[in-house]
Design a protein around this ligand. Sequence first.
Ligand code: B12
Length: 236
Amino acid sequence: MNFDEIIYSAIPNPDPYLVGYADMENLLARVYRPFRYAVVVGRRLEDDIIDSVHAGPTPQYSAMYHQVNRELSDVVTAMAKALSNEGIHSLPISPTVSDSELTKDFLQTLRLDFSHKMVATRAGIGWIGKTDLLISLKFGPRLRLASILVDYAIPNPGTPIVDNSCGHCDACVRACPAQAATGMGWRAGIDRDEFFNAFKCREKCRELSQKRLNERISLCGICVSVCPVGKTKQEH
Ligand code: B12
């Protein structure tokens, strides 16, 4: 089996998925440095559910969030198994971390040592928008991501995207209930904190999730919902 075949053998139905390959040389945190290449997997979110996120997370959005996280974790675990069967060592990275796994250091920075969005831009899947979302060419921001690091020189990594294509659009900036974004456009290397206040975002996510879902979780989704990229239905 070639590399593509091994990777796709782990995806039961490829329609709602996108896959990208990235050369991450010198970009990974020290702990991941034995690896250089990564595969990023995006799972499309249901349009009707995302379209209905006008004022904050809905129970359907929360259910989809948990279900897609499980599905993506299963897919990257299956990929690791398929790669191992072919003698390739890999390390699957789950879509997110649960509250119980959060360290003090994380709560002070709101940064993990692994960014799925960085793998995605390096793979040429999309760019970072004004509210720090990955805007994929295929599904816009309407997707969740997982990755897998591989100990194998992928022969056909994507061409990195280093600039945004948002232009003058600031729909997400205006709609953000936390007013977390300055409106500045992203380029590779611009730090999140220069254009996006993750602390304001998290606080609002937790407030909305508590009020609307009665869950101690960080969900919102308004910036995902208003982005014109990836919207399939016209607005009236
Ligand atoms: C911590 C976290 C949060 C925090 C902080 C958010 C933030 N923007 O940093 C809080 C709790 C606020 C949060 C909220 C949400 N999150 Co969140 N979150 C994460 C998590 C677990 C880690 C992100 C992190 O470490 N950020 C630190 C900063 C520095 O990195 P970054 O956000 O990845 O972005 C930088 C890099 O990508 C870098 N970069 C990109 N390409 C390149 C290339 C080069 C060369 C360089 C040098 C840098 C670079 O540019 C960005 C800006 O600096 C990720 C999962 C993961 N492990 O990636 C999900 C993740 C980012 N969250 C996600 C989502 C969907 C949300 C919410 C919509 C919640 C919800 N589900 O309802 C909101 C939206 C927030 C927003 N607009 O960004 C998705 C994003 C999907 C997408 N389309 O982009 C992710 C990827 C989870 C997933 N598996 O899909 N989140």
